[in-house]
Design a protein around this ligand. Structure first.
Ligand code: HEC
Ligand code: HEC
Ligand code: HEC
Length: 384
């Protein structure tokens, strides 16, 4: 009997098995990539839909790049790190009661479905990798600010630096910067004494005059005195020049001179040489010439150093305005019409205050007057 030869069947069987395995594998592989690309497409659609909803409904208050305006800055790594997707979802759905932030979820009477709100969250979340740090202002008591309050409200009765002294009428001013006294009483006592005053004995009550923050600044000053520190007040050269100019315009040469010499003591930079001629014009009875020069000086002030400014810019501004001033979350600064339209004095006020509600927070307390002068000088190098 002839032996049957199965070899051919074996080979055919093997080939079919291999093809089957390959086909299944292929199907599996394409299916995963298909699922992945479906997910990516869904995410992209969600992002695009979220962007449209954001532009139409949120950008008025939060800025087209999330930089903030009436509403807080959302393109902000501090916020994005803190707010998980579900927290953000809840905030957008329910709004923020007793603020102008409306409720958007249908459950709260708003216009959007849950899916629409999820789309907006996807859009806002996509800012996270490049979002700048936007710190919100937190009040920290400051002895130097306390010293400014002291100078304007307390010094007439307690003397310079709290040291008492001659009252100019044959009597003595009561010293409050007194080691024994400062050691005897704590902050609570000082707070009460300042708030209540001793009206019957000539110490006014300040409780309804000073805000809680101003009182806290004064207590910080008292604390510094207790440590034996001498605290310079936070007056800027710009403020003193302003006061001096106002006095001169009122023909009060004596006060004009007082403010101007105080300004000169803390002034800095290339414009320093412009103080002496003005002072001598006032002293020699030529107020008209002094007025002209002081007017120019106070609009030019502060004059800084552009090379230092470049370093400060890289530390403090680049993250929002771009290394080359090309803009980002913040406006394009190279070139910039606002910078060109404003003299140094206005630029300085703008930098101190920032733009309320936007990521451009004021720099008061974070950069000094001379650092701001330097950075303004640097911005000028970018203008035609
Ligand atoms: C009429 C102005 C206004 C509109 C429109 C608006 N918001 Fe707001 N939003 C605000 C204000 C103001 C706040 C800050 C409220 C507060 O002080 O807590 C805020 C807060 C938020 C917060 C919380 C931010 C944080 O720091 O905790 C998110 C998130 C938010 N808004 C998202 C949106 C989205 C998304 C839209 C559009 C669908 C939108 N807002 C539309 C004014 C607005
Ligand atoms: C119009 C003058 C006047 C002004 C302005 C004034 N004080 Fe006084 N203050 C006095 C007199 C007078 C006393 C002493 C009252 C007494 O005899 O008990 C006093 C007492 C005090 C005491 C208690 C000192 C002690 O040894 O008992 C403190 C602290 C003090 N003042 C702080 C301040 C601060 C801070 C301000 C500014 C916010 C201020 N004073 C503004 C007149 C003034
Ligand atoms: C956290 C982000 C952020 C930082 C940091 C920042 N800015 Fe801004 N800046 C902004 C935003 C946002 C605006 C626009 C505000 C608005 O919408 O009006 C702005 C506006 C400005 C403007 C006004 C431009 C115009 O056309 O109105 C100037 C000038 C400016 N910034 C300078 C600076 C300088 C100088 C620094 C560093 C010391 C700095 N900024 C740091 C976010 C920032």
């Amino acid at each position: 009997m002839e032996k049957e030869n199965y070899t051919i069947h074996k080979i055919v069987g093997l080939v079919l098995t291999v093809i089957l395995i390959a086909a299944v594998t292929m199907a599996f592989v394409t299916e995963t990539t298909r699922t992945e690309s479906v997910a990516a497409a869904a995410k992209k659609a969600s992002l695009q839909h979220g962007r449209q909803l954001y532009v139409d409904n949120c950008s008025n208050c939060h800025g087209s790049r999330g930089e903030g305006n009436v509403g807080s800055a959302l393109n902000n790594s501090v916020f994005l790190k803190k707010a998980s997707d579900s927290v953000m979802f809840a905030t957008i759905s329910s709004g923020r009661p007793s603020t102008v932030m409306p409720a958007w979820g249908q459950a709260y009477g708003g216009a959007f479905t849950d899916q629409e709100i999820r789309d907006i969250v996807v859009f806002i979340r996509a800012w996270e990798p490049t979002a700048p740090v936007v710190e919100t202002a937190v009040f920290v008591p400051d002895a130097a600010r306390g010293a400014s309050i002291y100078e304007s409200s307390c010094q007439v009765c307690h003397g310079e630096n709290g040291k008492g002294g001659d009252d100019g009428k044959g009597g003595n001013l009561l010293a409050v910067n007194d080691k024994a006294q400062l050691g005897k009483f704590d902050d609570a006592w000082y707070q009460q004494t300042i708030a209540n005053g001793r009206p019957a004995k000539g110490m006014p009550s300040w409780g309804s005059v000073l805000s809680a923050n101003q009182t806290a600044d004064l207590l910080a000053l008292v604390g510094a005195w207790r440590n034996g520190e001498t605290v310079a007040s936070k007056t800027t050269v710009a403020q003193l020049l302003n006061s001096s100019l106002f006095s001169l315009q009122q023909n009060d040469s004596e006060d004009a001179l007082y403010y101007l010499t105080r300004a000169q003591k803390i002034a800095f930079g290339p414009a320093l040489g412009r103080f002496d001629p003005i002072i001598s014009n006032i002293q020699s009875g030529q107020p008209a010439a002094a007025l002209t020069d002081l007017t120019t000086l106070s609009s030019d002030w502060p004059v800084g150093d552009a090379a230092n400014g470049a370093t400060i810019y890289a530390d403090a501004c680049k993250s929002c305005h771009g290394a080359e001033g090309q803009g980002g979350v913040g406006r394009k600064l190279k070139p910039n019409q606002f910078v060109q339209d404003n003299v140094n004095a206005n630029m300085f006020q703008f930098m101190l205050a920032g733009r309320v509600g936007t990521a451009m927070r004021g720099w008061d307390g974070r950069l000094s007057e001379s650092q701001l002068a330097d950075v303004i000088a640097f911005l000028r190098t970018w203008q035609p």
